[in-house]
Design a protein around this ligand. Structure first.
Ligand SMILES: Cc1ncc(COP(=O)(O)O)c(C=O)c1O
Length: 393
C-alpha cells in the first residue's frame, strides 16, 4: 500500500483549515443556535451592482480578461482609494484585481517570501496570515498587542528588528482589525512608519474594512511608506460582495508587476461578471457602504454596552463588525471550551479567541454582521445562561 500522503509538501502538512470554519462547523448543527460566528455582511449586494453583473452576462463578456483586470476597473479602483483615503496611487498600473482579498494576500506574500523569512504580525490576527506564511516556508513573528489596546506600537517593531535584523522581510498590519474591530489613528500609523521608513522591510496593509469605520477616518500606512507598502483591499466587506470574490492589490508599479506575475500563475485572471459588478461598486457606489456602516454602528453600540454590563471586558471597537471580549474571570478561560459551552447551553455561537493566535486565548469574538433581533436574543440567552451558572440570592 503506497502512502503518498507522506510525500506531500511539508509546509502543507503544517497548516490546518481555518480554525474559524472548523469551529463554526463543529457547532452549526446545534438546534436553534444563533450564529455570530462568520465575518460576512448580512446585507445584500446593492441592486445597481447586481444589475451590472447581469448585464455583463447578457453582453457576452465571456472571454479571458487581461491578467491584472479590466483597465476601467483598475482606474476606478485607484480613483476610489485616492478620493476616499487620499492614497498616493494615480495610475491603473498600480493595482491588480484578484480573487478576493485572500488571493491578493497570497500573491503578495508569495512575491516577497523566501524560505526562512520572518513576517511580523500583530496578534491576535486573521488566521489566514499564519497559514499562508507557513505554506510559503516563511516564519511568523507574533507580537502580542493585547496590552496596548490591540495597537502595534513602534517599540514592538523596533524590538523585532533588533532581534531578527535582516531576516525580517515584512510587517503585516490589518486595521480596522479582525478580530478586535480596533482601528489605527493617524498617529498610530505615522509612528510605526517612522521606525520602518529607513529599513528594507515590506509592509502589507490589509485594509478590507476601510469603509466600515465608526470614529475618525481611514489612514493607510502606505501614505507614509509609499515605496514599501502593498495595500490589500476589495469589495467583499464594503459592498457586501463576499461571494463575488473581488480583491485588489495596490503597490508602486515595479513591485506590482512582480505580484502580477504570481497572480497570473495562480488564476490567470478573475471572472468577468464580478469585474463588471465591482466596476459599478467602485465607480458609482461610493456611498453604498454608508447605510450598512450606520446599521453596524448601532449594533456595535448595543453589543458593546450589553457585553460590558454582562461582565465582559471589551476594548470598544471603532471599525469592522467584530467585538473581541475578554471572558470574565469566573468562567472557563480556555476559549474553545467556553465557546462550546456557550453554543451548547446558551445556544449562541461565537468564535474562540484561540482561533486568532495564542494572544487571543481567553477572549471570544462576536461578529455583529447579524440582525439587531438576533443580537438582542443572543444577549438575553447569555444573560440567562450566566444566571443559571451562578444564581443570585
Ligand atoms: C482581515 C481580513 N482580510 C482578508 C479577508 C478575506 O477577504 P475576501 O473575502 O475578499 O477574500 C478577510 C475576510 O474575512 C478578513 O477579515
Amino acid at each position: 500500500m503506497k502512502n503518498l500522503l507522506n510525500r506531500l509538501n511539508h509546509n502543507v502538512t503544517k497548516i490546518t483549515e481555518s480554525p474559524i470554519r472548523i469551529f463554526d462547523q463543529k457547532i452549526s448543527d446545534i438546534p436553534g443556535l444563533i450564529k455570530l460566528t462568520l465575518g460576512e455582511p448580512d446585507f445584500h449586494t446593492p441592486d445597481h451592482v447586481k444589475m451590472a453583473g447581469i448585464k455583463a452576462i447578457t453582453d457576452n463578456h465571456s472571454r479571458y480578461a487581461p491578467t491584472p483586470g479590466f483597465p476601467e476597473l483598475r482606474q476606478a479602483a485607484v480613483d476610489f482609494v485616492r478620493e476616499r483615503y487620499d492614497l498616493n496611487f494615480t495610475s491603473l498600473n498600480e493595482t491588480i484585481v484578484t480573487v478576493g482579498a485572500s488571493e491578493a494576500l497570497f500573491a503578495s506574500l508569495q512575491t516577497i517570501i523566501n524560505p526562512g523569512d520572518k513576517v511580523l504580525i500583530p496578534a491576535p490576527y486573521f488566521g489566514l496570515y499564519r497559514s499562508m506564511i507557513t505554506l510559503l516556508g516563511g516564519e511568523v513573528v507574533e507580537v502580542d498587542v493585547a496590552e496596548s489596546d490591540f495597537i502595534l506600537k513602534p517599540e514592538h517593531v523596533q524590538e523585532v528588528l533588533d532581534t531578527h535584523g535582516d531576516d525580517l522581510k515584512a510587517v503585516l498590519v490589518n486595521y480596522p482589525m479582525n478580530p478586535t474591530g480596533i482601528n489605527w489613528s493617524e498617529e498610530d500609523a505615522k509612528a510605526v512608519a517612522l521606525v520602518l521608513e529607513d529599513k528594507e522591510v515590506f509592509v502589507i496593509s490589509d485594509e478590507v474594512y476601510s469603509e466600515l469605520i465608526y470614529e475618525g477616518h481611514h489612514v493607510s500606512i502606505s501614505k507614509y511608506l509609499p515605496e514599501q507598502t502593498i495595500v490589500i483591499n476589495g469589495v467583499s466587506k464594503s459592498h457586501a460582495m463576499t461571494g463575488w470574490r473581488v480583491g485588489l492589490v495596490f503597490a508602486q508599479e515595479p513591485l506590482l508587476q512582480e505580484i502580477n506575475k504570481v497572480h497570473q500563475q495562480l488564476v490567470t485572471t478573475i471572472n468577468n461578471v464580478s469585474q463588471y459588478a465591482a466596476l459599478a461598486a467602485l465607480k458609482h457606489g461610493q456611498e453604498d457602504a454608508e447605510p450598512m456602516r450606520k446599521a453596524y454602528q448601532e449594533r456595535r453600540d448595543y453589543l458593546y454596552q450589553a457585553l460590558t454590563e454582562l461582565g465582559f471586558d471589551v476594548v470598544k471597537p471603532t471599525g469592522a463588525f467584530y467585538i473581541f471580549a475578554k471572558i470574565p474571570a469566573h468562567l472557563p478561560q480556555v476559549s474553545e471550551d467556553f465557546g462550546l459551552d456557550l453554543a451548547t447551553h446558551a445556544k449562541v455561537g461565537i468564535i474562540p479567541g484561540s482561533g486568532f493566535g495564542q494572544a487571543g486565548e481567553g477572549f471570544i469574538r462576536f461578529s455583529y454582521a447579524s440582525s439587531m433581533e438576533d443580537l438582542q436574543e443572543a444577549i438575553r440567552r447569555i444573560s440567562e445562561y450566566f444566571d443559571r451558572l451562578s444564581p443570585k440570592g
